[in-house]
Design a protein around this ligand. Structure first.
Ligand code: ZN
Length: 444
């Protein structure tokens, strides 16, 4: 549940589907047309990862873009462009509502406020607004959006062990039985004597359609945990307590799969696998993409699998499987990264080295972790050894910095110890609690 004390940057985003449904619902109930619905897709995109917060504030400011002073200026967030003499308030004007979405995001990201309540008081000062009502309505709306996201239908699920589902995918019973026998029983690899458990998710692309792949698998040593079709349906193949035969040989692997390979035994015994229908460069249908994300989330929750353990097949075989699974891998990771903030849990993935891009005021992703742009100066309140990662346990990058030293901060992120950390441009990570500005930023 979101409350006024929630960290506003961690309020999860919502799917485009929920976003559009909410605006449509408003249009139907009120009989008014919004200026946002015609550009909903791009609008939603520009708000991410704050689409739930943005939609709730849009509802408050301008009834989703249907009525408000800024409506005719493509300014449904009622973004203020200041006062002109003699005390005439002016609203900003934009070339399209999408530009207002960008401006809204820029505005709130520039705030120091940490809690939702403090952020809203900055956006809509109590001198001009009923702050308590603004907060309550926004919180209620966000919670409603998030609740409707959760009840979103799970994908249609088939199971290859089911005779009617075999027929649906064009398989004879003997063919299905052959594929269903392709696994490491109880995730044990006889050759090494090692038994595994589901700790990794490996994404693949079939390079064909599901019926064709299944038919092919009757003739080769191959299978997978699930196959996910272009229509968004999921076909379960090998039960999750067994190791699927999906990842093939380890050839020219990349560092990304090192943790998996270090487990020992055949990598398959540690993996759950997804074979997506289609070819690597196909435009992936949204329903298929959403089902893949859904399946990853389920497994991450069930088996406590961190984001960094979701691997592309190419990380295991960099020679023959360079294009497996192809571009959808990074899209899935991107989607799951925005979802990662949903639980308020810190990312378990930290930058493995500090290679900051040129600071341009935007948040950045570094090794799967979001770092919030936060250019400011901070003064150290005590001596502190700067760390390599945002984590109290990580190695120091240099000698302790003396109390009273001013450091230039580039980014802010939440560390493994659930504390906020500054990424200093001159040194490594410094806990926000060790600096004097920390108190005003983190709220103690
Ligand atoms: Zn593959």
């Amino acid at each position: 549940m979101i409350t006024g004390e929630s960290v506003w940057r961690e309020i999860p985003g919502i799917s485009l589907q929920t976003f559009i449904e909410e605006i449509k619902r408003y249009e139907e109930e009120s009989g008014r047309r919004t200026i946002v619905l015609p550009v909903a897709k791009q609008f939603h995109h520009e708000l991410q990862p704050y689409s739930a917060l943005g939609l709730a504030m849009l509802a408050k400011e301008c009834q989703y873009g249907a009525v408000c002073e800024g409506r005719n200026l493509n300014n449904p967030f009622n973004i203020s462009c200041g006062w002109r003499p003699p005390n005439i308030h002016t609203w900003c004007q934009y070339s399209s509502p999408v530009e207002s979405a960008k401006a809204w995001k820029r505005a709130i990201e520039s705030y120091d406020a940490v809690t939702l309540s403090a952020m809203l008081r900055t956006y809509a000062p109590c001198s001009e607004n009923d702050c308590a009502t603004y907060l309550k309505q926004t919180v209620d709306r966000i919670n409603r959006y998030l609740a409707s996201e959760e009840t979103m239908d799970s994908p249609v699920i088939y199971n290859l062990a089911n005779r009617s589902h075999q027929e649906r995918f064009g398989l004879q019973q003997w063919q299905a039985n052959e594929v269903l026998s392709h696994y490491f029983p109880n995730r044990c690899d006889g050759a090494s004597g090692i038994c595994g458990e589901p700790q990794f998710i490996v994404l693949h692309i079939q390079d064909g359609n599901t019926t064709g792949s299944l038919t092919h698998w009757t003739t080769v040593d191959a299978s997978s945990t699930v196959m996910i079709q272009k229509d968004g349906s999921i076909l379960r193949i090998i039960p999750e307590n067994h190791g699927p035969w999906t990842n093939g040989d380890v050839i020219n692997p990349t560092a990304q799969s090192a943790a998996l390979r270090n487990k020992g035994g055949n990598p398959n015994i540690w993996c759950l696998t997804i074979e997506a229908e289609g070819k690597p460069w196909d435009q992936m249908p949204q329903s298929q993409f959403q089902s893949i994300v859904w399946q990853c989330r389920q497994w991450m929750k069930t088996y406590n699998i961190p984001l960094k353990n979701i691997l592309p097949h190419s990380s295991i075989n960099g020679r023959d499987r360079q294009n497996c699974p192809g571009p959808y891998y990074s899209r899935v990771i991107g989607e799951l990264t925005s979802g990662e903030n949903q639980n308020g849990t810190p990312s378990s993935t930290f930058p493995t080295r500090l290679e900051l891009p040129v600071w341009n005021g935007n948040d950045i992703m570094l090794a799967g972790a979001r770092m919030y742009a936060c250019r400011r100066n901070a003064v150290l309140a005590r001596d502190y050894a700067p760390r390599k990662y945002a984590d109290e346990m990580s190695a120091a990058v240099g000698p302790p910095i003396k109390k009273g030293t001013q450091i230039a901060v580039a980014y802010l992120r939440r560390g493994a110890d659930r504390q906020w950390w500054y990424c200093s441009e001159s040194a490594g990570f410094v806990p926000a609690s060790a600096t004097d500005v920390a108190l005003s930023v983190v709220g103690g």
